[in-house]
Write a protein that binds this ligand. Structure first.
Ligand code: SAH
Length: 217
């Protein structure tokens, strides 16, 4: 079956039927070719709803969990978004479809470089890349950006990194998996002036967030 058709089936079967109803988000899923972001040997499995191995012992996340986390972010077309854990770059592309600009941080240069290559081949021009420890956010990186409307972390953390909360604008939304290294819960934080709202949601399993405000290597 053609990848385009597999993509449509995946959207019906794994996203819409499980409560993903954000029209713009579903349109983005229909546009971004997931097969371009997975290693050649896994291309035929690109539209199955599970994570796949990429380089550096990391994974491209399961489509449903990406959609679930992105729906919680309620991304608007003028939003500036920070993504921690570029990985394959697949989610970066989806974020770039929905927002004004995406700032993405990855600790492995090999992954960041290959994600850049794929994303450039797909003609995205609203993505900024950084190699380093994303638990510190976009701190001291170029181009300068001190505040984000939305932040998404694509790796499991023991806690919510304070640096990320500091770089979120008031009323902004941050979505992050928090728990131990084998099991986490998706957490939605909405930043308020006095007390932040923290909502604990679905269970999930991500590779660990390694860094100063995450797990140690
Ligand atoms: N959304 C990506 C998920 C990749 S897995 C995709 O679908 O491809 C999570 C990524 O987070 C891995 O590539 C891992 O190397 C990266 N990561 C882990 N800790 C990090 C940190 N402190 N800073 C930046 N990236 C980190």
């Amino acid at each position: 079956m053609r990848f385009e058709d597999q993509r449509k089936i995946m959207i019906e079967k794994n996203l819409i039927s499980r409560g993903i109803n954000d029209k713009a988000l579903l349109k983005a899923f229909d546009k971004v070719p997931r097969e371009n972001f997975v290693p050649d040997e896994w291309r035929q499995y690109a539209y199955q709803d599970h994570p796949l191995q990429i380089a550096c012992k990391q994974t491209i996340s399961q489509p449903f969990i990406i959609a679930y986390m992105m729906q919680l972010l309620e991304i608007k077309s003028d939003d500036i978004v920070l993504e921690i854990g570029t990985g394959s770059g697949y989610q970066t592309a989806l974020l770039a479809e929905l927002s004004k600009e995406v700032y993405t941080v990855e600790r492995f240069s090999e992954l960041s470089m290959s994600a850049r290559k794929v994303l450039r081949s797909l003609n995205y021009t609203n993505i900024f890349y950084r190699i380093g420890d994303g638990t510190k956010g976009w701190d001291k990186a170029i181009p300068v950006q001190t505040e984000f409307d939305k932040i998404v972390v694509c790796a499991g953390s023991p806690d919510i990194p304070v640096s990320l909360i500091n770089q979120l604008r008031l009323e902004g939304r941050l979505v992050i998996p928090v728990g131990n290294t084998t099991e986490q819960k998706v957490i939605l934080l909405i930043k308020h002036e006095h007390e932040n709202e923290i909502i604990e949601l679905a269970p999930c399993t991500f590779v660990p967030l390694i860094g100063q405000e995450g797990w140690s290597a």
